[in-house]
Design a protein around this ligand. Sequence first.
Ligand code: AMP
Length: 484
Amino acid sequence: MNFDELGLSQKVLEAVRASGYDTPTPIQAQAIPHALAGRDVLGIAQTGTGKTAAFTLPMLSRLEQGRARARMPRTLILEPTRELAAQVEEAFVKYGVNHKLNVALLIGGVSFGDQEAKITRGADVLIATPGRLLDFADRGKILLTGIEILVIDEADRMLDMGFIPDIEKICKLVPFTRQTLFFSATMPPEITRLTEQFLQNPVRVEVSRPASTAINIVQTLVKTGSSPEEKRATLRRIIRGAENFKNAIIFCNRKRDVQVVYRSLEKHGFSVGALHGDLDQRARMAALDSFRNGTVQLLVCSDVAARGLDIPDVSHIINYDAPHHSEDYVHRIGRTGRAGKTGVALTLVTRLDAKNIAEIEKLIARKIDWAPGAEDVVEAEPEAAPAHRGRRREPQRRDAPRREAPPRVEAVPEEQPRVSRGRRPDRPEPARNPAPARAPAAAAPRHRSREDRDDAPVVGLGDHVPSFLLRPTRPPRPVAVGED
Ligand code: AMP
């Protein structure tokens, strides 16, 4: 099968050829003809499968007829993160070189003014994160009644980030007669329900995971002590000792640790950037660009921030923390070994990580080799171990809070001020007063916000003991008779 057989327009075919692609990927081959025919498509595919082109190419073909009207975009693509939205915009630039289409991006963290000007001019393609789009809609600055094609991308990530109510709202603002292209890597019940509600007789297209544990990725477990200091020392050692090292993405389970690891590496003279949900949009884009263009060699990330990013040519993935959820391991290591290149994935393993590693090995159906000198690192977990360690993800309860060991108190204070509860990751940051001197982050009670969802939650108060509990207790004052 080649691209010519899919029914795409000449302009699109020329752009595809110029991109150097000759064979459609399975998701493209299966989805594009149906999308061109105007059918709703339910694509079960994750990033790396070529799914972005699976919806951009037919959209471009279909957009050749008709034109945009002021404030009434013709097509809408919803993405869970700003980075993914920006990546889709790049795809439109690449595949739409022969089209004169207006593409607008509506994402948080950038000024309303420029975005509004583009919408006012009329957008053929609007790529948005749900929060910022609803802000615009609520203010009457955009009308979604002209939407001909709605794309919902990374739907399961939207669920993880708490965006489903927003998606439902948006689906009700667009015309019933639109075409819907819906993509999700997994289909938990909440997502199935959503597709039943908002897709009409969809064609279901399912592609297997990309070669996530491909033989071109050399995977290794690296023994480490479990204290943050020991882990950071191990991290430095493996970066310095890595063979054929070009660059690395370093994954932490918590945003807080992204910042700590980033500052530690910087202090030790490494060329490093950081990417997590608390950074403003400019800082996130700058970090990504610096890593992409090689200005920095290391990028410390959280899972949410890095999910789906297409960064070619990453030589090493380092899991500073073994992920709690085995699917995250697959996503993480899939950032290397792309386009047939060889990659290396190293995972730091403490003796508390046995269960997580076992889950990962079960998912990828193979044992991962240990770096030399790792004998007897991972002790079998005692039966009585607390249930929070390495708890398996329950797909039916993806909205349920993830549990984990209480956070450790770090010597390094967290710089990023916490955002107020309930603020959306793609909504503008509220103005902040200069931050007062802060206690170490882990010692402060933590409130979960949407923003915070790439951290695992703390159960109860974690290891924080509220100061009122530490106050000496006084015996109750005797109550005098007649006193209230
Ligand atoms: P995606 O799953 O959309 O993130 O795409 C993953 C990567 O595959 C991107 O770098 C695309 O440029 C690339 N890609 C998309 N379609 C093709 C194709 N037909 N052949 C080769 N590479 C492709």
